[in-house]
Design a protein around this ligand. Structure first.
Ligand SMILES: [Mg+2]
Length: 302
């Protein structure tokens, strides 16, 4: 955006003299944006809820709000709109605080000239855009670090973190905790006989099927290639076995596309006080391999 593409500037200012001064400065700078002025913070917030605005010029001391909360309340209401705070000569320190809390800039009334104002507005818009795109990138990275790219469920890294937290809870409160590990049977043949695309489809479909059939607080993750884990807190051994049996049979009867049938082998480990994350997962793994050894498409517990 260049300065001339700015369409609307919202001025929240209760002092008519200060408001006039700002309007004149912008006019002198041939700023084409239309200046909308309101006198109260509440009016500014409702304006922003209904209208688009490129930048807000905000007096910190208004009839219905004063000091830093004026800025933070406005920012909460319109988090993507850049804000430039206007302070008096005697309260410049508020301006610094406002910038630390998320305002793009502050200008001291009585010490502004039109060019400075115009440039501050332009920079505020550009900086806010950058800030938003950085936040989006950061959110995306954060999500990618926790989520398995293919299935959209937790990845192993995130699972390990959540497992530690659940282990601590189980140790402290003596609550039950079980781990269901399962691995698709003959998955390599799906990739070989059909395609890797079909293989990926099966994994995604399976992840969805399981997600839809566990409790909200069960923790489901992709452990590796075609291996998955369901961590089951606060559920006794019989309940966990029933859940595993439900998942096993759902998988067995599910049509994965064009009549493709897939089964999985399950292993269950029940937490005991001496368990570490490693010993707990190793036991589930061992139980799962026992299922494979004993004929697949079945459940073993250790
Ligand atoms: Mg005022």
């Amino acid at each position: 955006m260049n300065e001339n593409q700015m369409r609307t500037v919202l001025l929240i200012e209760d002092d008519p003299g200060d408001a006039l001064l700002i309007a004149e400065m912008l006019e002198l700078q041939q700023c084409r944006a239309s200046l909308v002025r309101v006198e109260r913070l509440s009016e500014g917030i409702s304006y922003l809820q209904q209208n688009c605005c490129d930048v807000v010029l905000l007096d910190m001391n208004l009839p219905d709000s004063s000091g830093l909360p004026t800025m933070t309340r406005l920012m909460d209401a319109a988090p993507t709109t850049p804000i430039i705070v206007l302070t008096g000569l005697s309260d410049e320190s508020f301006g610094v605080e406002a910038v630390k809390s998320g305002a793009q800039d502050y200008l001291v009334k009585g010490d502004i000239d039109g060019r400075v104002l115009k440039r501050a507005m332009f920079y505020a818009v550009e900086r806010k855009k950058l800030e938003i795109s950085l936040k989006q990138t950061r959110d995306l990275f954060e999500r990618q670090s926790r989520i398995d790219y293919l299935t959209g469920i937790y990845n192993r890294l995130m699972f390990n973190e959540l497992l530690e937290a659940e282990l601590q809870r189980a140790r402290r409160y003596g609550t039950s905790l079980s781990l269901i590990m399962f691995d698709l049977d003959h998955f390599k043949q799906i990739n070989d006989n059909y395609s890797h695309i079909m293989g990926d489809h099966v994994l995604k479909e399976l992840a969805q099927l399981i997600s839809d059939n566990i409790r909200a607080h069960d923790i489901f993750s992709r452990w590796g290639g075609e291996e998955f884990m369901v961590l089951v807190p606060k559920c006794d051994q019989a309940g966990t076995s029933m859940l595993a049996e439900k998942l096993r049979s759902l998988c067995e009867i599910h049509d994965f596309g064009n009549g493709l049938q897939v089964t999985a082998s399950f292993g269950i480990a029940h937490f005991c006080a001496e368990d570490s994350a490693e010993s707990f997962t190793a036991r589930a793994d061992e139980a799962m391999y026992l299922s494979k050894k004993n004929g697949r498409n079945r459940i073993e517990s250790l």
